[in-house]
Structure formats: C-alpha cells, structure tokens
Design a protein around this ligand. Structure first.
Ligand SMILES: Cc1cc2nc3c(=O)[nH]c(=O)nc-3n(C[C@H](O)[C@H](O)[C@H](O)COP(=O)(O)OP(=O)(O)OC[C@H]3O[C@@H](n4cnc5c(N)ncnc54)[C@H](O)[C@@H]3O)c2cc1C
Length: 493
C-alpha cells in the first residue's frame, strides 16, 4: 500500500488541483461504500471507487485496493498526474475499460489508478484517407461504429468491445476472431501519443502508413500493458468495408476431426476472415444462448467467415462449405450478427456454471492445437477441475478455461497449479504463454519459460529505460519471477 491516510489526503488535494476534486475517487469518498453499481454511472464513470479495484479477472477472485482513482480529462492532465506521482514515488496504474484478462489494470499493491475514461474525443476522422485519430478512452465499439458509418472497417474485434477502450486495446495489442486475416490491433496503429516518465508527452509515428526511421518505439509501447507509458491517443488506419461477409458453422463429432478440418481449410488456400472453435463442453455450456439450439452431441464446432466482394465471398463460402462439410456432422449458415453476438456471450455463459473461471490464452502452432486441447483436458481432470476451451482456431490460440468457485481457495490453488502446467505445455509445443491477453500480473515471470536469459535482460532494461523508478504499473509484465511470488489464493479479495 502506498502510504498512510495522511499522505493520501495530501496527495488527493494535490491531484485535485490538477484534475478537479470531482474527478478523484478514494476509499473515503462517499461513493466508495464497497457496493458496486450494476452499471456505469451516468457521468461515464465505470462506477464507484470499488469498481476500479478489479478487471475481468474478478471471475477468479482477483481484487486490488487503490489508494486513489484519478480521471484526468486531457493529455496535459495525464502528464501532470504522472509528473506528480513520479516526483512523490507513488505507483501509477493506467486503466482503460477494465476488461483485461491478465490482471494488468488491478492495483494489487495500492497506488493511484489513472483511468483514461474522460479522454473520449475523436481528434480526426478522415474517411477518404481511411484514417481515424481517437483518444485513448474511446470505446472499441465506437471506433468500429464510426468506421462502419463511413463505409470503412476497423477489423480488430476483441470480445468486450462495448466496454474496452481503444487505448487498452493498443496497450494489450488485443486480437479477436478476425485477427487471422486482418492481424491484431497493433497492425492498425500508425502513430500514438503517450505520456512517459517523469511526465513527458511524446508522439511516435503519425498519419503515414510506413515508417522505418529509428528503433520501433511505437511498437514497444503497443502491448506494453501500461508498464512503459500511458497512451493518450492513437492514430489508426482503416480499410474499406468488405462488400460481403458470409459466416458458416460446422459441427464435428470429435475434437481431432474438428482440428483436422482447420488444417484442411488452410490447405485449400482459402483465407477465412475468422476461423474460431469451441470444444464440446464449451458448446454445451453456451448452447442455451444460441438462437434455435445446437447439436449437443457435437464435440467441436468451427465458426468460420469469409469476406470480400459479394462474388468472392460467395465463391469462398461455397468452397469452405465443401471442405468443412466433408467431415462435419452438420453445417449451418447462421445470421452473421446473431453468430458473433452469441460468440461474445460464451465467456459469460461458461462463467455462470460455477460462478467463476480461470482463463488462459496460450497459443501453439496450429498443427499442435488438437494435442494442446487434449493435454489441457487431461491436466484439468488430474487437478479435479471441470474445463472447456474455445478460441481462434486458425491462429492456434486457445482460451483454456477452468471452472472454479472464486471463493474456494483449494479450487483456485488447483487452477493455479493447472495453469502452470498449461504454460509449460504451450512452450513445449513450440508456442507462447499468451496469444492476446498479455502477461499482466497473472503471468508475471512466465516469459522466463520461453525466452533466453539475454532477451529477458533486454526486456528488463527496456522497462528501466522508460521507467527508471519502476512506478508505472509495478509488478506487471515482469519477464522473470519476482523473488517472492504470492499465490493467487493468498491475495484473494
Ligand atoms: C468477454 C471478454 C472477451 C474478450 N475477448 C478478447 C479477444 O477476443 N481478444 C483479446 O485480445 N482480448 C479479449 N479480451 C480481453 C480484453 O478485452 C482486452 O485485453 C482489452 O484490450 C483490454 O482493454 P481495456 O480497455 O479493458 O483495458 P484494461 O483492462 O483497463 O487494461 C489492460 C491493460 O492495459 C493497460 N492500459 C489500459 N489502458 C491504457 C492506456 N491508455 N495506456 C497505457 N496502458 C493502458 C492497463 O494498465 C492494463 O495493463 C476479452 C475480455 C472479455 C471480458
């Protein structure tokens, strides 16, 4: 924890001079009664002070305790806040929409949470140049909507788009179902503005599409999870919206057949815009929410989509149907909106089964996906946990889920042991510990499994170069395990 109450009071009044007292929340604030509102406050806040103490990892019981929450209203205010905190040796935790799945925005050691929610301006939208320049706090969905309204498309589509912010997406380099064809968020960033210690604003890149001048500092900030700087605005490229996007679902009798079907699709040379999967358990847990029901005997499903001109999409759709149909027990041509809406709700449906879930997002070479899924199930069973998986099949990116009661310490401990084995498995199969959610707090130190010592050292040196005092999101995205690693169960909120 940062300090005594007296210090916090002093800090609060100094921060209030920078951003206005109404934009600071603390545990002593009248709204901080520990009861979370069920929806964001009318002023655009995510809720009271308590709602800034967790992210989406609350489903596994992860809570921190912020000394203060500050909501600056401009880049200049972000710089002033960072400057003050740096001068006073106060940890600062950048926060977007709080949908992260690695605990990156959770104030586990106290400190000041810096929420970007008030940076919501669109600085420029230039449809004929296929460009948009939103501030960090604009929601992902709003960026997608603005692009669509102008005949364009912003392809990255992480699941919690209504709540997540574009700054958070850049900070985590978020992916999503359409990343297979179109790449992850970072592939669409041509420039960004960030505040870095000890409180300086820098602009990297710009409104141009190519840039090989200097080391790629922009890409260092992309995916840095709030540990190198606070992103305040991003320049994104857009693309003309495809004329048509045609979805398909195939249901397969076994996991092995479904994974082979993924390889068959790739082998034909069809480039699906998306090729997601669900295993049988996930399918059955989420079936109730699917309009018209699903074949419950299936052990694997593929959610595929092809796009392009109407003619191209139709031709690819027919070819896809032939390839998937050759091994599927059933093929469906669903309504596109309903399909992806349902896909977004799978995590919630799975979580509801036991009240919580521990979810990891390892990635393996696509031809090892079947083996990864089978061995994950074996690991979960050995630890006495029910499991399921879904994910971005063509990317080899599996969201491996362990169902837990988040109040049960033995279940959380079993899940933690199982995820350790899962990380080891991913690396053994030639993959990575995270395909899209990042390292955050939950995977701190796990990079040491897959990087050589010299690379780990460089990772640490980069952190020191940006943040010599180590005050920006401390304890997150650590390359090597810290000396004392508290277990998840031991910090249960
Ligand atoms: C239902 C559901 C589905 C999801 N599906 C996907 C998916 O398909 N693909 C995917 O990649 N992720 C997915 N996620 C995870 C999550 O939505 C993404 O990681 C998202 O990019 C986080 O954005 P956020 O604004 O909520 O960030 P937060 O959770 O607030 O923060 C995430 C990290 O970024 C840092 N950060 C946030 N904003 C800034 C900023 N402006 N400057 C510097 N650092 C910042 C924080 O410190 C933290 O380390 C899903 C989550 C949920 C709950």
């Amino acid at each position: 924890m940062y300090s005594t109450l007296q210090d916090t009071t002093l800090l609060q009044s100094d921060l209030a001079r920078l951003v206005g007292a109404e934009h600071i929340l603390g545990p002593t604030h009248p709204a901080a009664n520990g009861i979370e509102p069920t929806r964001p406050a009318a002023n655009g806040r995510q809720g009271g002070w308590a709602s800034y103490n967790h992210d989406a990892t609350r489903t596994r019981g992860l809570y921190g305790r912020a000394d203060l929450v500050v909501c600056p209203g401009s880049t200049a205010e972000v710089a002033a806040v960072l400057g003050l905190c740096y001068e006073r040796d106060v940890p600062l935790i950048p926060r977007g929409g709080g949908t992260g799945l690695a605990g990156g925005a959770v104030p586990l050691g106290g400190g000041v949470v810096c929420s970007l929610e008030r940076l919501r301006a669109i600085r420029e939208l230039e449809p004929t140049l296929w460009r948009i320049h939103p501030e960090a706090g604009v929601s992902t969905r709003h960026v997608q909507r603005l692009a669509r309204e102008n005949g364009l498309c912003f392809p990255p589509d992480p699941g919690a788009a209504e709540q997540s912010q574009i700054g958070g997406n850049v900070a985590t380099n978020a992916g999503g179902p359409h990343a297979f064809k179109y790449g992850v968020t970072g592939n669409w960033v041509t420039g960004l503005e960030a505040v870095i210690p000890p409180g300086e604003t820098i602009a990297l890149g710009g409104a141009y599409r190519k840039d090989v001048a200097g080391y790629d500092l922009k890409s260092l900030l992309i995916g840095s999870e709030g540990t190198l700087g606070i992103i305040t605005a991003v320049r994104l490229r857009l693309m003309p919206a495809p004329e048509a996007a045609l979805p398909l679902i195939s249901f397969h009798a076994t996991r092995a057949q479904g994974c082979t079907a993924i390889l068959d699709v790739l082998g034909t040379g069809i480039v699906p815009a998306a090729l997601d999967f669900l295993d049988g358990e996930a399918l059955r847990m989420a079936a109730g929410a699917y309009p018209g029901g699903l074949p419950l005997e299936a052990e694997f499903a593929l959610l595929a989509e092809v796009d392009g001109t109407l003619e191209e999409a139709r031709a690819a759709h027919a070819e896809l149907a032939t390839v998937l149909g050759s091994s599927a027990i059933e093929l469906r041509r669903p309504d596109r909106g309903a399909l992806w809406e349902w896909r977004d709700r799978i995590a919630g449906a799975v979580c509801a089964m036991r009240g919580g879930k521990v979810s990891e997002d390892v990635v393996v070479p696509v031809e090892r996906l079947a083996e990864a899924l089978a061995r994950f199930e074996e690991i979960a069973t050995r630890h006495g946990l029910r499991s399921c998986a879904w994910g971005h099949g063509a990317d080899g990116n599996l969201h491996a889920n362990l169902l837990v009661d988040p109040r049960s310490e033995p279940e959380l401990a079993a899940a933690e042991a199982a995820t350790e084995e899962l990380f080891a498995l991913a690396v053994e199969l030639g993959g990575s510990i995270s395909g899209e959610h990042g390292v955050g707090w939950l995977k701190r130190g796990q990079l040491a499994r897959q990087w050589p010592p010299r690379a780990l050292h460089l990772h640490e040196e980069i952190k020191r170069a940006f943040d010599p005092k180590g005050l920006l999101n401390p304890g997150k995205k650590l390359a090597r395990p810290p000396a004392a690693m508290p277990s998840l169960a031991s910090i249960l909120g």
